[in-house]
Design a binder for this molecule. Structure first.
Ligand SMILES: [Zn+2]
Length: 246
């Protein structure tokens, strides 16, 4: 991210936070006996992966000023590719498999139907034209190792790995509210000329999907091993549609 925008927000995240809908997440304890804040080591041995293609339907997300491609279509394409990569070894649930709008709180409710799963929300970014590179957002302690692996995998797929904000801890509805480990991935900036061209190519999206799938497989096999110390616990209420960007 450019120095002038140290706390900048990509358009798609802003849109996601601003979208309307009832706040339906309970702030009470988990029905699965877990710490509701996710203060525990990351997942290992999970068999179910939920892939959430960001946006959809009336919500296009970002649109590339260079290629005209819409984030919602690119995210769905990438989600499908990740599913194909993982389907031999995991039960893969797609949050949406077509151009449907699903409210963010509804996505959280659907994810919570699978207590031993992980949730990956796939997006592409938009911001100042100089911004580039993949980014990974997480909040829960139990999502840190997974997020680290996914960010590393996306950087290996992208030639812009040195130009990004990297791993970001941010409380959002899809990083705080689910009861399962959850991360939000930005596969690059549609607002950057070179990166938009790259994202428009199926070869890049496939490379990204293969890397993401490999990172998920590694997490399932060895948990957080090798991903460094866990972040500090933070007790914070569920993210609401009305939250100011933090
Ligand atoms: Zn988005």
């Amino acid at each position: 991210m450019s120095a002038s925008l140290p706390f900048g927000f990509c358009l798609c995240l802003t849109a996601a936070l601003a979208s309307c809908g009832p706040a339906v997440i309970s702030s009470g304890g988990s029905s699965y006996g877990r710490d509701i804040y996710g203060h525990r080591p990351g997942p290992k041995g999970f068999k179910t992966v939920i892939i959430d293609a960001g946006h959809g339907g009336k919500d296009n997300g970002a649109t590339s000023p260079h290629s005209g491609q819409r984030e919602k279509d690119l995210a769905l394409d990438t989600a499908m590719r990740i599913r194909k990569e993982l389907s031999r070894d995991f039960k893969v649930i797609l949050m949406r498999s077509d151009d449907n709008f699903i409210d963010l709180d509804e996505r959280v409710l659907r994810a919570n139907r699978f207590p031993n799963a992980i949730l990956i929300s796939m997006h592409y970014n938009s911001g100042p034209s100089s911004c580039r590179g993949p980014e990974t957002y997480y909040w829960r302690v139990d999502s840190h190792g997974l997020a680290s692996r996914l960010q590393q995998a996306m950087c290996q797929a992208s030639p812009a790995e040195t130009g990004n904000r990297s791993l970001v801890r941010r409380r959002m509805r899809l990083t705080r509210n689910p009861e399962i480990p959850c991360v939000l991935l930005e596969g690059g900036y549609l607002s950057n000329t070179a990166e938009s061209r790259q994202i428009s190519g199926a070869a890049y999206r496939q490379k990204l999907a293969s890397g993401i799938a490999a990172a998920i497989r590694t997490q399932a096999a060895i948990g957080d091993a090798g991903t460094g110390p866990l972040p500090r616990p933070i007790n914070a209420p569920p993210s609401r549609p009305t939250d100011a960007p933090e």
